[in-house]
Design a protein. Structure first.
Length: 173
């Protein structure tokens, strides 16, 4: 059988193991899951892994990295939001609950069930607002479409379409 220091050194090079231990410390994974995933780690091995300074430091660094890049917050929120439909259903099914709360629960469940366009990524847009005074305003709001690029990925000068140039001149006195 592999000795614990050798196992700790081996697992230290496994980025997924270090990441899983960080998730375990954030209460996103269970000890049982990690022990089973990595070969049914015995109590002795589990306890000795926690005493390995290099492994503990690697896990702490991974936790810090996850906090800084937002993945810890995002995964924790995802884990908690899973409970929301059950809570909302409890409010909806409670005939003694305030009717307004029950309707709000329906709306929230509907939003969770079908998130719709609010989760779609907004396309880049080209927007110009010109205030002409006396309550006259000119707004041009078009999707951004880059022009043709040369072989180096640079924009070709003077390649704007005539349609894009004439769109702004539709305003007349």
């Amino acid at each position: 059988m592999t000795s614990v220091p050798d196992l700790a050194a081996q697992l230290l090079t496994d980025a997924e193991f270090v990441s899983d231990l960080a998730r375990y410390s954030e209460k996103l994974l269970t000890e049982k899951f990690i022990r089973r995933k990595y070969g049914n780690l015995t109590d002795d091995i589990w306890n000795q892994l926690g005493e390995d300074d290099a492994l503990v430091e690697a896990v702490e660094n991974e936790k810090l990295r996850r906090i800084r890049n937002g993945s810890a917050k995002r995964e924790k929120a995802q884990a908690h939001i899973v409970a929301a439909p059950d809570v909302l259903h409890g409010i909806l099914a409670d005939s003694a609950a305030n009717p307004r709360h029950r309707i709000d629960a329906v709306k929230a469940l509907d939003a969770i069930a079908e998130p719709g366009p609010q989760t779609a990524q907004q396309a880049d847009r080209f927007v110009i607002h010109i205030d002409l005074g006396e309550d006259h305003k000119l707004t041009i709001d078009k999707p951004y479409k880059p022009g043709p690029l040369d072989d180096d990925g640079k924009m070709i000068e003077g390649a704007a379409s005539q349609a894009a140039i004439t769109d702004g001149s539709k305003w007349k006195e």
